[in-house]
Design a protein around this ligand. Structure first.
Ligand SMILES: [Zn+2]
Length: 371
């Protein structure tokens, strides 16, 4: 029933409307019109004003034709750069960019899948419960749109985020928590040749701290990385300051805390040993989520996949997504594979069959939740 030509054309249209992070306004206006024409009531929230974006999150609701259980779908509207003037090209059933930009299948493939599913439901008078949609802003670089969403406005208990790279059938049931760690070591400057004993080298303090640190793969659930280090200026001055930027992630919130505490302790101990000071700033970017594979939401996706002949499977994710934020705000949410291949690269591409299957899956879920 999904109209392949129509969904491909919609997708091509969407990716040609630029929506770099914080400048999603033009696309938001376009998709708002589309949603209204399908009978949704649409509001744009005030998250954009708080975040300095040119639009807020787009929240759309369609009243059910039957009672059933309300169902929520979500995607993000923003794309990474280079993502302006995208010129999509179709070659042998696969959609690519022209190689100078990303494609924007992340996450407009999800948006196209949702819109086409609703169109199909409506034109075939298929019964549906309340359908709620959230198209978020500023997902890339911090999940900020979802963090500024008012979750009390939703009736749905189950949220489906369409934003994973796996093929349709993949159900992401676990996502990591992430901490951002910023360290500033404050030593003491001195002339490196005349009076080095009067100085405290911030670079040496940082080196000592890092050399004691467990990093990269910590265990199968936990990772940590120093991403940037800067400090000092010229060779004849003992460096008075060093800045170190790091992250840690874990599928387990407690393990993450342990890793981040360890990284802080390494800096504190090194600073003390050298008589330096260190400022540590640890920010929890988002919390981990873990939806049990016996949970009704997972069983529902599995049933929907089987109904349309695609093979369902669960998987963990290594990265954060709006799914983390929905779960942290009282909904049960999973992230569905929509076949965004090589996202965030110039080689990003999308198999048309995946686009169609993602839309079939959305339609099947809507049918299930009408019961
Ligand atoms: Zn994405």
């Amino acid at each position: 029933m999904i109209n392949q030509e129509r969904i491909v054309n919609a997708f091509l249209e969407y990716v040609q409307i630029s929506s770099p992070t914080k400048f999603e306004g033009k696309f938001a206006a376009y998709i708002t019109n589309e949603l209204k024409s399908l009978g949704f009531s649409v509001v744009v929230d005030d998250a954009g004003e708080k975040l300095g974006c040119d639009t807020g999150n787009v929240i759309a609701k369609l009243k059910g034709t039957v009672e059933g259980s309300p169902i929520l779908f979500s995607c993000h509207m923003d794309t990474v750069s280079p993502g302006e003037n995208i010129k999509p090209i179709i070659k042998e059933g696969i959609i690519y960019s022209d190689g100078t930009t990303i494609l924007g299948g992340d996450d407009k493939a999800g948006i196209a899948a949702i819109i086409e599913a609703v169109k199909t439901i409506k034109e075939n008078n298929i019964p549906h419960a309340d359908i709620e949609i959230s198209f978020s802003i500023f997902e890339e670089g911090g999940l900020h749109g979802a963090k500024n969403l008012d979750y009390s406005q939703f009736k749905a208990k189950h949220a489906f985020i369409l934003d994973s790279g796996g093929e349709p059938g993949q159900v992401i049931t676990r996502g990591p928590a992430q901490d951002k760690l910023d360290f500033k070591v404050i030593g003491r400057p001195a002339h490196a040749g005349v009076a080095p004993e009067e100085g405290i080298s911030a670079i040496m303090v940082a080196a000592a701290a890092i050399s004691k640190m467990n990093l990269l793969r910590i265990d199968e659930e936990t990772t940590a990385n120093i991403g940037r280090i800067e400090g000092g200026s010229v060779t004849n001055i003992v460096a008075p300051e060093a800045i170190v930027k790091a992250e840690s992630r874990s599928l387990d919130n407690d393990k993450l805390k342990k890793q981040s505490d360890h990284m802080v302790a390494c800096f504190m101990e090194a600073a003390e040993a050298f008589g330096a000071k260190v400022e540590c700033d640890v920010v929890r970017m988002y919390s981990a989520f873990h939806v049990d594979s016996e949970d009704a939401i997972v069983k529902n996706v599995f049933e929907a996949c089987e109904n349309i002949g695609i093979k369902p499977f669960t998987a963990p994710s290594g990265g954060g997504s709006d799914t983390n934020i929905f779960n942290a705000n009282g909904l049960t949410a999973v992230n569905l594979g929509i076949g965004e291949r090589k996202p965030h690269t110039l080689e990003e591409h999308l198999h048309i069959v995946d686009l169609v299957n993602a839309s079939k899956l959305v339609m099947e879920l809507i049918k299930l939740y009408a019961k």
